[in-house]
Design a protein around this ligand. Structure first.
Ligand code: URA
Length: 204
């Protein structure tokens, strides 16, 4: 059984580790993306999220603001989060890659360099549910998973952490077909989520 979600706000060691990790990410120069970014993008969300949405990489709006999913894709994600009825302390949002890749092209080599940051973030947050958004995030969280179009909209691993993938919101902005699929998959997540929600309040 996995340890329960930890509330970073009520755990001084957890809070210190999170602060240290966040500043390491913000000043990271381990790969070439460190030279081209404006801001590294760390996290937005609660201090004890039981569900964490994992995107691929920051885009232009995120690079400017230093926060994940604040552009058009973020608006689509936030509408889904509202539909799921999640309170601001219940969820978190972060990315596999912490810095914007040029032309928004996912950089697999940079993602390997960045990987320890993702692992350390998830190790500190310890969510019960992970929602990879799109194929790169799915691969990062479960390399054995079926392709995204077969994985999205269902739980592919019983946790904690359980994994329930969705399409990448950006893809759903480009195609009506994927927009409809997104709505169906978010509905499926909404039906599945009550069984995964923790029965307890988060602990330190
Ligand atoms: N797309 C992502 O994958 N992440 C963001 O933060 C924004 C767009």
């Amino acid at each position: 059984m996995c340890a329960p979600t930890r509330d970073l706000a009520n755990s001084s060691s957890g809070r210190a580790a999170w602060t240290e990790l966040s500043s390491e990410i913000r000043s990271c120069q381990l790969c070439a993306l460190g030279k081209t970014r404006t801001n590294a993008v760390v996290y937005r969300g609660g201090t004890a999220p039981w569900i964490v949405f994992v995107g691929e990489a920051p885009g232009a709006a995120e690079d400017r603001s230093g926060l994940p999913f604040v552009g058009r894709s973020g608006a689509r994600l936030d509408a889904a989060i509202a539909r799921l009825g999640l309170g601001s302390e219940e969820y978190g949002v972060l990315n596999v890659l912490k810095c914007r890749p040029p032309n928004n092209r996912f950089d697999a080599a940079a993602a390997r360099t960045c990987r320890p940051y993702l692992d350390r973030q998830l190790g500190l947050l310890r969510p019960r549910v992970l929602v990879p958004l799109g194929r790169h995030a799915l691969r990062a969280l479960d390399p054995e998973a079926p392709p995204i179009l077969r994985s999205a909209g269902r739980s592919i691993r019983d946790g904690p952490p359980s994994i329930f993938p969705l399409l990448h919101p950006a893809a759903t902005l480009r195609s009506r077909r994927w927009a409809e699929r997104w709505e169906q998959d978010v509905d499926a997540l909404s039906r599945w989520l009550p069984g995964a929600k923790p029965p307890y309040r988060a602990e330190a």
